[in-house]
Design a protein around this ligand. Structure first.
Ligand code: ZN
Length: 298
């Protein structure tokens, strides 16, 4: 694979449409990424309408899903009018995720970060930020392999949750170093890291362009923002049946065209790739998930 990002992502596209006004029945809203017309695809009904992962249900809560006619982004607006405290509830790490899935993600994130650093010729001393470090397994693995990792999340849960894992998965001797390297995201200075990694994080952003701009701003020129997330273009079944929608704290589902818009808004080049052993080793990744790479130009 070439280590230079596809120039096609930077080619001229027609200028963005003016934001479409939402219609009074809520059958269409402006796309959250490109501003074009996004039509209602379906509503979640019954218990699928609840915020299952969150201990609250705002009165009159609804979850309509929209698909952009121009960039293909799928999103719901069910988190758009929550208080900041309620919104945080939707992003808390899934502490009840099955153990083997948490381990798979951690190994995948560690391999992906290492492999992409090699491909893009970032030195092994590069400063890495694990955004949304959750149970801290990848953080622990990277430090255990002499990678220069820091981490952030909404809450620091790993001192507690790490006890669920055996010592061959989580080295407890590294815990003091992890505590020293944990940073709330708003304390990360602009252009202070070489690589930010987002494993299964993007889909939790109700305001994806703003969040990706904030993340890209922390990366030095030549640095990378990498991650995995759902890839809606690859879904062959009815969108309602896509497994990735079962996690009710997911709200934004990436498409290739939406990714191009986001990269441009962040001043980056970018590429979306399927999982492959070259990048993710033998770890599991679904055909409807992508590895994405954004690079800030030098
Ligand atoms: Zn769009």
């Amino acid at each position: 694979m070439s280590t230079s990002l596809a120039a096609s992502t930077a080619q001229a596209e027609p200028s963005l449409h003016a934001a479409a006004a939402p219609d009074s029945q809520g059958h269409a809203v402006p796309c959250k990424v490109c501003g074009s017309h996004a039509a209602l695809v379906f509503h979640r009904a019954g218990k699928r309408q609840r915020l299952l992962e969150a201990p609250f249900k705002p009165e009159g809560y609804e979850r309509p899903y929209y698909r952009c006619s121009r960039c293909g982004l799928l999103f719901h607006t069910g988190f758009d009018h929550l208080t900041p405290e309620e919104e945080d509830q939707t992003k808390l790490p899934g502490v009840n995720n099955p153990k083997d899935q948490v381990i798979n993600r951690a190994v995948r994130e560690t391999l992906m970060t290492f492999n992409l650093m090699q491909m893009f010729k970032l030195p092994l001393t590069s400063r890495i930020l694990i955004f949304g470090c959750g149970a801290g397994l990848s953080f622990n693995m990277m430090l255990g392999h002499q990678m220069n990792a820091y981490a952030s999340d909404l809450t620091m849960q790993f001192p507690e949750t790490a006890k669920r894992y055996e010592a061959d998965i989580f080295n407890p001797e590294l815990l003091p170093e992890m505590l020293r390297r944990f940073r709330p995201f708003d304390q990360i200075h602009p252009e202070s890291v070489h690589l930010v990694t987002l494993t299964e994080v993007f889909e939790h952003f109700p305001n994806p362009v703003e969040m990706m701009q904030r993340i890209a701003a922390t990366v030095r020129p030549g640095g990378l923002v990498i991650g995995t997330t759902g890839w809606v273009d690859q879904v062959r079944e009815d969108l309602r049946d896509w497994w990735y929608l079962r996690c009710l704290s997911h709200c934004t589902f990436l498409s290739a065209k939406a990714f191009q818009h986001i990269c441009r808004a962040c001043g980056c080049l970018g590429v979306m790739l399927p999982g492959s052993p070259m990048i993710t080793g033998q770890t599991g990744i679904s055909p409807t998930q992508t590895v994405f790479v954004m690079q800030k130009p030098l």
